[in-house]
Design a protein around this ligand. Structure first.
Ligand code: AHR
Length: 332
């Protein structure tokens, strides 16, 4: 019988494979799924924020910074100024710095696979917060914490359907979309369109991006007013664009909240004030107070604990009367 003796080359390959398996196992048992803690034992969280485009965003940034300090998490904060390339650069920097966890609010939905794969290869867990990505490979991130934007659009549309149920002729709607390609713009548009389909009198006659900013909302509303003599309703994807549009509407000699019904999303203080003052008519809430939940999740994923794949934020809606009641205790 012939005995098989492995060659030197085969032994070397086997030894290298054993070594690699051993290293990976050590990494996993140590910290779950990441590259290790900083010298002071604190968890380091790299966070890439979209920018500072709206009141919502400012409140979200404050919530994250305060919650990190409270939770004893070392926060590395980056402002991407609404540019995807800045976010990709920030995430690569976080990987290089070997942070423990990466979280980000993606400015747009597409184009994240490569950098997310780089984070995964570096064994740094990623948390999506506020906005989603459209990656087919769900293993590229641990969880997504944020609102159901389709539902927000649907709630806005359902309120309008109810208000206009007695309308006998066409109701002309203009829509101020959020940042092109972003999850809230895509989803709010979808939810609203689905809801208003219940009444064929409700027609979107113009729809354009105002980039979630007041300046954008004002400028696009001016164009809408010039091009369309009869506008009955404005649906703005956030308060800030609605607030910018108020200036354009007033300058055009129309009374906001009366001549034009205004529906927005967010419910930040300035938006709620406009609603209480009768300039807005309805707001679907989108809560920016994600900081405490995010820190909790960062600790869990760092420890290798299982977390739900999707965590949805609890939200409500406001009429003018409800805004008057809620305003005195509004935190943001
Ligand atoms: O992603 C959340 C959205 O982004 C908010 O509704 C908007 O105000 C912000 O800019």
């Amino acid at each position: 019988m012939r005995t098989y003796l492995p060659s030197r080359k085969v032994i070397a390959v086997l030894a290298a494979a054993l070594l690699a398996t051993g290293t990976a196992a050590c990494g996993n048992s140590d910290t779950g799924d990441n590259a290790g803690k900083g010298d002071d034992g604190k968890i380091t969280l790299g966070f890439s924020q979209v920018g500072a485009e709206s009141g919502w965003r400012t409140a979200n940034t404050t919530s994250i910074k305060e919650a990190a300090a409270e939770a004893g998490i070392d926060l590395k904060f980056d402002d991407a100024q609404q540019k995807q390339e800045n976010q990709i650069k920030a995430i690569r920097n976080f990987i290089q710095q070997k942070v423990d966890v990466i979280a980000f609010s993606p400015v747009v939905e597409s184009g994240w696979d490569t950098v997310l794969k780089e984070a995964k290869d570096a064994k740094i867990p990623v948390i999506l917060t506020d906005r989603a990505v459209d990656s087919a490979d769900k293993s590229l991130y641990k969880t997504f914490l944020g609102s159901d934007f389709v539902k927000e659009g649907r709630l806005a549309g359902e309120w309008l359907v109810e208000q206009k149920k007695a309308a006998s002729g066409p109701v002309n709607i203009v829509e101020l979309q959020g940042t092109t390609g972003s999850a809230p713009a895509n989803d709010r548009k979808k939810g609203f369109a689905e809801a208003i389909a219940a009444n064929p009198n409700l027609k979107i006659i113009a729809s354009q991006s105002g980039d979630f900013t007041r300046a954008g909302g004002k400028q696009v509303m001016e164009q809408f007013l010039k091009a369309n003599p009869k506008i009955d309703v404005l649906f703005a994807h956030n308060d800030d664009m609605g607030l910018g549009a108020l200036e354009a509407i007033t300058a055009a000699g129309k009374v906001p909240g009366k001549d034009i019904t205004i529906i927005t999303v967010d419910a930040v203080k300035d938006g709620m004030q406009a609603l209480a003052d009768g300039k807005f008519n309805f707001i679907a809430e989108c809560s920016p107070l994600l900081g405490p939940q995010l820190m909790d999740l960062a600790k869990k994923v760092h420890n290798g604990e299982e977390v739900p794949a999707r965590i949805e934020t609890e939200e409500t809606t406001f009429t003018q009367e409800q805004a008057k009641e809620a305003l005195p205790n509004r935190k943001y």
